[in-house]
Design a protein around this ligand. Structure first.
Ligand code: EPZ
Length: 424
């Protein structure tokens, strides 16, 4: 849990070179793992990133009575023997995506008991939109001893308008509707690619879902699904974007493989304008040495806008680009904690309020054996990026947060020339 990374900075020299391969999307695979509860037979998931959150989701399913077998980047899940609908408290409170299990469990068994899901420190992350949706679908909801107890004879289809576009809210209620009675119409849905990937697969196994990937999704309820072929996890667009930003700042020549550039169009257009040289292929991106990068303004936005999960990495980039850039974080109210690390290293950042900062660059980052904290997964990546940029050595703490979403990050970074070691 408390591994550290020891990093020797590259002093902003464009030294990294070689090829880095992108894994399957953590935020796709976590949902289809929960979706295994909708299936009568064994579900196989391939191209799975073997990261901490995926292991935790496997543990949650095992504790419910499901049979889960991991083998490197593949997992099989059979839910026939599920014998309880109460989520393990410790794991569920530490991982937000545990909430996705509530939809399939309530829909299939008519019961689910779970704690308010925890997760990163990036914001309050309430689940009021989930509760409202379940109430509309006819569930009875009690809240006792810090846990929700939800029961329902048979979930009923309903028309639900999400006050806020919620990624896991859209996915969870869409999956609950697959086993509900009648028609469910979800409006103001999130449109992230992971949602479309999930729906496409569920449809191939017998679900009746229309409109996934748009703001209105219509689901006709039916029976349990049957898996006829493995789910192939789509590439992780946030990992791809993280490596594109790394390459822009520190690479002589970096080839990013097994990615889908079309999933990060917003980032690519922003960085091209800033002066980053890149060749874009169908499943690869090549970053060439880029100098005199220009700053820009960032406003995070639901897909297809700039993802909030790339905001910490972009703030780090702006400390090195020429000029002044304002960053407006519209999704989460507490996603700037990582800035403490950048300030420690000498970055010029003004915090206007909990949603807006101004970054001036370029500034050489200097580390005198500084300790950099990982407050959340993407902030943790930004800490590694800051350490790699800086002059001197730095130590990144709480590497568990990074391991939640990046598989063997230090191994892949060493392979392209970074000086980073894991200390147990
Ligand atoms: C998903 O979180 C991702 N996690 C997050 O990635 C990502 O940052 C986020 O979507 C936004 O893209 C997973 O998919 C496991 P939301 P999610 O519900 O679904 C508010 C990472 O680093 N809201 O779309 O929890 C919420 O507070 C993680 O991989 C309510 O108010 O995010 C936020 O302000 C971090 N009530 C906004 O909606 C609700 O009931 C969007 O959150 C639900 C959400």
């Amino acid at each position: 849990m408390n591994d550290k990374f020891l990093i020797k900075g590259l002093v902003c020299q464009k030294k990294l070179e070689g090829t880095i391969t992108v894994g399957g999307a953590k935020n796709a695979v976590l949902k289809i793992m929960a979706g295994a509860i909708l299936f009568k037979n064994t579900l196989t998931i391939q191209n799975m990133p073997f990261v901490e959150d995926v292991k935790r989701m496997g543990e949650l399913l095992t504790k419910l009575g499901a049979t889960v077998n991991f083998s490197k980047n593949e997992v099989t899940i059979n839910t026939e023997k599920i014998n309880t609908q109460s989520l393990d408290n410790k794991i569920a409170t530490a991982m937000r995506s545990s909430v996705v299990l509530t939809g399939p469990l309530l829909a299939r068994y008519g019961k689910v008991v779970f704690p308010t899901p925890g997760g990163c420190t990036i914001g309050l992350r309430p689940i009021d939109l989930f509760i409202k949706a379940y109430e509309k679908m006819g569930a009875n909801i009690e809240y006792k001893d810090d846990a929700y107890i939800m029961t329902s004879q048979k979930l009923k289809g309903a028309e639900i308008f999400f006050d806020i576009q919620t990624v896991t809210g859209t996915e969870t209620i869409m999956m609950a509707a697959v086993l509900a009675e009648g028609t469910t119409i979800l409006k103001n849905c999130a449109m992230e690619p992971e949602i479309q990937s999930l729906a496409t697969y569920l449809i191939s196994c017998g679900a009746d879902i229309q409109g996934a990937g748009t703001s209105t999704i219509t689901i006709q309820g039916g029976g349990l699904l049957e898996s006829k072929q493995p789910y192939i996890t789509i590439s992780d667009r946030i990992e791809t974007g993280s490596f594109v930003i790394l390459g822009a700042l520190l690479a002589k020549k970096l080839r990013i493989e097994k990615c889908d550039p079309s999933l990060i169009e917003s980032l690519i257009s922003l960085l091209k304008e800033s002066g980053v040289n890149m060749n874009i292929g169908k499943d690869y991106i090549e970053i060439l040495e880029s100098k005199n990068l220009k700053s820009f303004n960032v406003r995070t936005h639901e897909y297809p806008g700039i993802p909030t999960d790339l905001q910490p990495q972009l703030v780090t980039y702006l400390t090195q680009s020429e000029g002044e850039g304002t960053v407006f974080e519209t999704i989460f109210e507490g996603r700037f904690k990582f800035i403490d690390n950048l300030k420690k290293l000498g970055a010029d950042i003004t915090v206007m309020n909990s949603r807006e900062i101004i970054v001036k660059g370029p500034h050489l980052l200097k580390s005198n054996s500084e300790l950099l904290e990982s407050y959340d997964l993407r902030g943790g990546f930004s800490a590694v990026l800051s350490g790699l940029l800086a002059q001197g050595e730095s130590t990144v703490h709480n590497v568990y947060y990074i391991d939640r979403g990046y598989e063997s990050l230090e191994t892949r970074l060493c392979a392209i020339g970074a000086d980073i070691k894991r200390i147990q």
